[in-house]
Write a protein that binds this ligand. Structure first.
Ligand code: HEC
Length: 116
């Protein structure tokens, strides 16, 4: 009887540690992704775009971009149209990043833009 409850205790302690441990790992992974794409954004886009704050820079704030209906180009907002805009540049003043960013960096940026 006694041995049995010790066993149960050990099992539940193990499960608890495992659950906490794995949720921490997920969070660490999210933070890592967030930081990598955040850095690309700060390095290449933040001179002209805000990711949250409302004051005006050369380009429009990109906060909530993926919740908008359309881009300045009139195209619907989705991964494809945003990728195209980043690569080709905007209709007026935004430069294209085709030769500046790697495809992986563009993907990271899109993931970042989906979180703000
Ligand atoms: C030199 C300033 C400048 C830089 C750097 C810049 N942009 Fe822009 N961006 C603009 C301007 C200005 C617009 C508005 C359209 C235009 O004038 O071409 C715009 C528009 C956009 C739009 C469309 C917004 C909307 O509401 O439809 C997206 C998305 C965007 N930029 C993403 C980016 C990303 C991602 C980067 C970094 C890789 C970046 N931009 C770098 C100036 C810039």
């Amino acid at each position: 009887m006694k041995r049995n409850s010790v066993g149960k205790l050990a099992v539940s302690a193990f499960v608890t540690v495992w659950v906490i441990g794995s949720s921490m790992a997920v969070r660490a992974q999210e933070t890592k992704t967030r930081t990598a794409s955040d850095a690309v954004f700060r390095g290449y886009c933040a001179v002209c775009h805000n990711a949250g704050e409302n004051w005006k820079k050369a380009g429009p704030s990109l906060q909530g971009l993926f919740r908008r209906k359309q881009l300045v180009t009139g195209k619907p907002v989705n991964e494809g149209s945003v990728e195209e805009l980043i690569l080709e540049g905007g209709p007026r003043k935004m430069p294209g990043f085709r030769y500046t960013l790697s495809p992986e960096q563009v993907k990271e940026l899109i993931r970042f833009l989906q979180t703000i």
